[in-house]
Design a protein around this ligand. Structure first.
Ligand code: ATP
Ligand code: MG
Length: 564
């Protein structure tokens, strides 16, 4: 992995934060020699940019302090979990640049141990089998101001509990008919301590354990114990889990675990114009609102990758936003800023025309094809040069012409001279229209003395246009993307998120690109001069190029900052 902070333009240099301070202090005090962290996704969807923050934090801390980070699947709910998600999560973590080496674990690896510990709790009178329904449990849980009430099954004998729990495991009872609950305190001020559910009955085939189990541990029961089994020192999760910490600690304290882990909470990532909820993203996929989990408009890691966002830009963004204890929303423009920063350094420049208008250079010989060498990337001398061919018939961008130029429009119009980048100056002599009056062709003349784009007499046209040779250019489908939502705060004020979807988030155009891109492979990123960064889409087939616009060239982050 390349070091995100090694480049001249670096994200917030000092990446210290309260969690790193805690880890340092634990090492300094001799409580640990090195941290063990974990990234614990539930395989019920694809990872998103919020998960990327957690991945960068957990793997980052492990690497910086000489420890290690486990990838642990929190696979305790077989109703929603699938192998496809397990595979995509591994691919995405790797693509982001992190490696769990051989520390790949699953909560399901510990089902037998977790069950034995649950039996242990029952034996010590600290857990009981409850016959209340989920609704009844909710209704008797009380509120923030009122205590809950004890379940009528709370005082079952240890023998009855052991028997019923064994029969739950044996598959004698239907889904939802019984649960195992910890026996803590129904009057506890923290609702999570009011006899929380530890096991529920779910007759479903698990992606890893198959039909071996029909009872599954809850997140609260499985998580801390998995941390303990793996020797995790710093179990880092998002803020909403702070109210679960007393239960996390209670279970660790009351079970014969081999190690005592600690939970720390940080603020989850939120981004403008974005929704980071797997449930909602799944709905977009299932309703066919997007092309799939990896649609380039999705905030998923696979969507960002398909869109052309480099892993390095995502890591830089994660470093820049840092780790805080209070929730806040970050600007999408900030993520884009770090992505542009990487793409500007790494993308070769190419010519592409999105909305083509034919130009005939009337004084250029019909049978001549003139080849110029053009630099690939002014930011990177090692990127070399490529040949670009100039001919009598060209495509330029339709937007670069106005028959009657508006006040500050300096590009092509009748009688005006512009520079064609790396080629010649041309002057528009004549506008050709179809029967409906649409402009279909411009007839221009070039000045042979301006080869390469410079005039010996010092003439300086006010505009420089990109172009491609009509005889050489390759057609391409180009997908232009805008934010998935029309508002920076989708769903705010109780609106339906679907009502805030941007109907113009994808626009498809058919243009032309220079022939050096004829063999572009999916994932290849380029800058189309003047237009933005683009990335060949996996839908690309031989002879049928598809490009996604990753981002335009305009960095709006400075403007956002100025606004305060
Ligand atoms: P859901 O969207 O269904 O609530 P989740 O985001 O909690 O799911 P998990 O698979 O449980 O999904 O998340 C794995 C890890 O990623 C957890 O440790 C969680 O705290 C962290 N995480 C999830 N969302 C964010 C976010 N927006 N910012 C930072 N970390 C996140
Ligand atoms: Mg979760």
């Amino acid at each position: 992995m390349s070091e995100p902070n090694a480049e001249p333009n670096t994200p917030a240099a000092e990446h210290r934060d309260f969690i790193r301070d805690i880890v340092s202090a634990d090492i300094a005090a001799g409580r640990i020699s090195a941290p063990v962290t974990r990234f614990p996704p539930e395989p019920n969807g694809y990872l998103h940019i919020g998960h990327a923050k957690s991945i960068c934090l957990n793997f980052g801390i492990a690497a910086e302090f000489g420890g290690h980070c486990n990838l642990r699947f929190d696979d305790t709910n077989p109703m929603k979990e699938e192998q496809e998600y397990i595979d995509s999560i591994q691919a995405d973590v790797r693509w982001l640049g992190f490696d769990w080496v051989d520390n790949l674990f699953h909560a399901s690896d510990y089902f037998e141990q977790l069950y034995a510990w649950a039996v242990d709790l029952i034996r010590r009178g600290l857990a009981f089998v409850d016959d209340l329904t989920a609704d009844e449990i909710r209704e008797t849980r009380g509120t923030l101001t009122e205590p809950g009430t004890n379940s009528p099954f709370r005082d079952r004998s240890v023998e009855d509990n052991l028997d019923l729990f064994a029969r739950m495991r044996a598959g004698e009872f239907p889904n939802g008919s019984r649960v195992l609950r910890a026996k803590i305190d129904m009057a506890a001020p923290n609702i999570n301590l009011r006899d929380p559910v530890l096991y529920r009955i779910v007759h479903a085939t698990h992606p890893r354990t198959g039909d071996a189990w029909c009872i599954y541990p809850t997140y609260d029961y499985a998580h801390g114990q998995s941390d303990a089994i793996e020797g995790v020192t710093h179990s880092i999760c998002t803020l909403e889990f702070d109210v679960h910490r007393p239960l996390y600690d209670w279970l660790i304290e009351h079970l014969p675990v081999p190690h005592v882990p600690h939970q720390y909470e940080f603020a989850r990532l939120s981004l403008t114009y974005t929704v980071l909820s797997k449930r909602f993203l799944l709905r977009l996929v299932n309703d066919g609102r997007v092309r799939g989990w990896d649609d380039p408009r999705m905030p998923t890691i696979s969507g960002l990758r398909r869109r052309g966002f480099p892993a390095e830009g995502i890591r830089d963004f994660a470093t820049e936003v840092g780790v805080a204890k209070a929730d806040s929303t970050h600007e999408m423009a900030l993520l884009e800023h770090w992505v542009r920063d990487v793409l500007n350094r790494t993308s070769v420049r190419r010519f592409g025309v999105l909305n083509p208008l034919r130009v005939v250079v009337t004084n250029f010989p019909d049978d001549l094809a003139e080849t110029m060498e053009v630099v690939n990337n002014p930011e990177d001398p090692d990127a070399g040069e490529r040949p670009v061919t100039f001919t009598r018939e060209l495509w330029i961008e339709r937007d670069d012409f106005m028959e009657v130029p508006a006040p500050k429009f300096f590009r092509l119009s009748p009688g005006r001279e512009v520079r064609l980048r790396n080629a010649y100056f041309i002057t528009c002599d004549e506008v050709v229209k179809d029967a409906e009056g649409n402009v279909v062709e411009l007839r221009c003349t070039y000045d042979p003395a301006t080869r390469g784009g410079d005039s010996p007499d010092g003439r300086r046209p006010k505009a420089t246009l990109h172009w491609v040779s009509a005889a050489h250019a390759v057609p391409a489908e180009i997908r232009l993307y805008d934010y998935l939502f029309t508002r920076p705060d989708p769903g705010a004020g109780g609106r339906d998120l679907l009502d805030d979807l941007n109907p113009e988030s994808e626009t498809i155009v058919h243009g032309f690109v220079e022939p050096s891109l004829a063999d572009a492979r999916p994932g290849e990123t380029v800058q189309f001069e003047r237009l933005g960064y683009f990335c060949a889409d996996p839908d690309t087939r031989p002879g049928a190029l598809v490009f996604n616009r990753t981002l335009t060239l305009k960095d709006t982050w400075a403007k956002v900052q100025a606004r305060g």
